[in-house]
Design a protein around this ligand. Sequence first.
Ligand code: A3P
Length: 327
Amino acid sequence: AAPVTAVPHATAAEIIPWLPLETRWPSLSPNPLSLRQYGGFWIPEVMLKSGFAAANSCLEPRPSDVFLSSFPKSGTTWLKALAFATLKRSTHPPSEGNHPLRHCNPHDCIKFLELDLSAGELEALPSPRVVSTHLPYSLLPDNVTKEGSGCRIVYVCRDPKDVLVSFWLFMRRASPSPRVAAQSFTIQEAFELFCQGRCVCGPQWLHVLQYWEASVRRPDSVLFLRYEEMLCEPESHLKKLAEFMSCGFSEEEEEAGVVSAIVELCSLGKLKEMGVNRNGVNIRGTKNEAYFRKGAAGDWSNHMTLEMAQRLDRIVEDALQGTGFTF
Ligand code: A3P
């Protein structure tokens, strides 16, 4: 069986061709989307090959490091915006006309560990470093998760049905030139693969479970947030996030409306309106607008049948039985 922790680069490159392969998802780039089953998860080959293996061998964690973790389509973009605006508020108050979030997509403000950053670029980031990742907890570099590293991890989780629908619609919207493959890929095809856990970083429920268990074991190091709860009470969640990142809001700031100003700046409606998010493309060639859609809880019901929902719910319930975690 494949090891459950990240391995040094050379070993990863050697073993990739031997790992189980899934190629049925349409690709958004000229290269096919190849998922490999590694450590119990279906990880894009590109993530296995480059960033994560390299980061594992080179990453020197700093106690002030913050990792923003998520399963794709669970609120990553929102979490990045909130964390960035919160950490940078002394140099960039949310009211600033030229605030970076008004001219940069949140993914350009906080980069992905396994996709966007070379070891040198990571090392060059000023403290406190904030990076994001879609890697499962068990595949994070050991020196990040080990006791005493001081690194903090914020995880955002979302209902798997909304994650699936969001992912399926993202694929159709994100391609620089809409591809026939993505356009004709049906929700039923996506659903079958998702139910088998054969999707980017899937099975989604095991991804969530690992982070939830880590948050129970090490609450000072892992903050577990739920997208649906954040939608209901964004301000209280932002305050919790700030406290966790050691930059809690002062009473004066709260009275001056800084918390609500950050929530407003990072709201879906506001970010969606920014020119960069309407017209821009990120470093991987994905249209920024594809990251902002409806931002609702329960939108799955507009795209999946009740029967599909019940089947997925049952799969998830069975897999989580006895763990103490429920969505
Ligand atoms: P929907 O497709 O359900 O609308 P990720 O950022 O992990 O890729 O997740 C994308 C989902 O988060 C999309 O969900 C998107 O609309 C939603 N989203 C993006 N920005 C958001 C924000 N500022 N507030 C709330 N939801 C947001």
